[in-house]
Design a protein around this ligand. Structure first.
Ligand SMILES: Cc1ncc(COP(=O)(O)O)c(C=O)c1O
Length: 383
């Protein structure tokens, strides 16, 4: 290993949301999706050089930033992205809200598969739209789509399908045949497909390629808004730099109109980090993936052997997020229970299911932190 994924940065007393939640308490926070790793040295060095310049005016991406992103899409996914398709955004959740406002009217429905990243469920409500959800089904250790339920959920008011590719919290990579069927479904019903691919550079199973949804056919590219960002992979979500990739000019114009006056500019520091991430940090990313694979296997083994009543129902194929079934523990509020035993997890209820069934655990941290958190969870089960 050339990079340090073992030394936990001390984030207590800093601006970290993740750690502030439990300020003054000895709780290990494994909830919100940022990692307890320093960002890649090449990215930090690029930021240091940018800070040294000392001027922080309104920013626009320079050509080398665009080249770095477009180059990564070509190299990693064989996706030729025309720079004209890019709309820079200060966050992915901003993108979800803009897509909703640009492509629907009040009262229209936004369809998704739940459980899912909470803003998929709450975004439609922000603008008087309706969230409709179809439940994932578990079949022989794999989360699957209930295609019949999905068909039945479509009404004349359904306008958007929100896809999480790869999926948070199920840590699942979409297979080509599933994406093809989903694309056919969206085209047949005239839906806009919004594909949130923020976790696409965090695939842990090397046999499973990330397939950008928009690459499946020119027809679906013309109806797809893809959202990507360096934030999860390179641990820079606090720098607020994301992209919408919108091949269709009319849809792009609608999207840009919906941002007018309310969406803030991306900062120069954000562009600098983004460029360095996509161009200079591939060796770091490969070691990160190896570290996360190790953590995932350690976690899966620990859960199976040491945490009776807690279950990982399906393999973790991507992300640093584990969706743990805790139903058998019979706890009304499992997050509160584990907090009492000094581990902070995310409540499955926010992802669109009844409280008490699942918690989400973020294993993007040094092994020692994960080991200590799991030991605390083991003790919590004995109480
Ligand atoms: C699927 C997904 N989309 C978006 C986000 C957040 O994006 P941002 O912080 O850029 O708004 C997350 C964060 O965990 C996520 O998991």
């Amino acid at each position: 290993m050339n990079f340090d994924f073992d030394t936990p940065p001390d984030r207590r007393g800093t601006d970290s949301q993740k750690w502030q939640k439990y300020a003054g308490r000895d709780v290990l926070p494994l909830w919100v999706a940022d990692m307890d790793f320093r960002s890649p040295p090449a990215l930090v060095a690029a930021l240091q050089a940018r800070v040294e310049h000392g001027v922080f005016g309104y920013a626009r991406p320079v050509q080398s930033t665009v080249d770095a992103f477009v180059g990564a899409c070509a190299q990693r996914y064989g996706w030729t992205v025309d720079p004209a398709w890019l709309v820079w955004l200060p966050g992915l959740v901003v993108g979800l809200n803009v897509v909703t406002q640009a492509c629907t009217a009040a009262g229209d429905e936004v369809l998704t598969l739940a459980p899912v990243y909470p803003p998929f469920l709450t975004t439609p409500r922000h603008s008087g739209r309706v969230s409709t959800q179809v439940a994932w089904t578990l079949n022989a250790g794999h989360w699957e789509i209930d295609w019949e339920a999905l068909e039945s959920a479509v009404t004349p008011r359904t306008k958007i399908f929100l896809l999480c590719n790869p999926h948070n919290p199920l840590a699942r990579v979409w297979r080509r045949d599933e994406l093809e069927r989903l694309v056919e479904f969206c085209l047949r019903h005239g839906l806009v497909l919004c594909s949130d691919e923020i976790h696409c550079d965090l695939i842990l199973d090397p046999a499973l390629p990330h397939i950008p949804t928009a690459t499946l056919s020119p027809e679906i590219a013309a109806r797809t808004i893809t959202l990507m960002a360096p934030s999860k992979t390179y641990n820079v979500p606090g720098l607020g730099t994301s992209l919408a990739i919108i091949p269709d000019a009319a849809m792009r114009a609608k999207f840009v109109r919906a941002t007018a006056g309310i969406v803030a500019e991306v900062t120069g520091l954000g562009y600098t980090a983004c460029e360095a991430a996509y161009r200079d940090c591939e060796p770091w990313r490969q070691e990160l993936l190896a570290t996360l694979r190790g953590n995932r296997d350690f976690l899966a083994d620990f859960v199976a052997r040491e945490l009776p009543g807690v279950k990982l129902e399906a393999p973790i194929e991507a992300t640093y997020l584990a969706w743990l079934n805790v139903e058998a523990l019979g706890l009304a509020d499992p997050v509160a229970h584990f907090e009492q035993h000094e581990v902070g997890l995310s409540d499955g209820a926010f992802f669109g299911e009844p409280r008490g069934r699942h918690v989400r655990l973020n294993f993007g941290c040094p092994r020692a932190t994960l080991g200590e958190a799991l030991a605390r969870m083991k003790r919590a089960l004995k109480k």
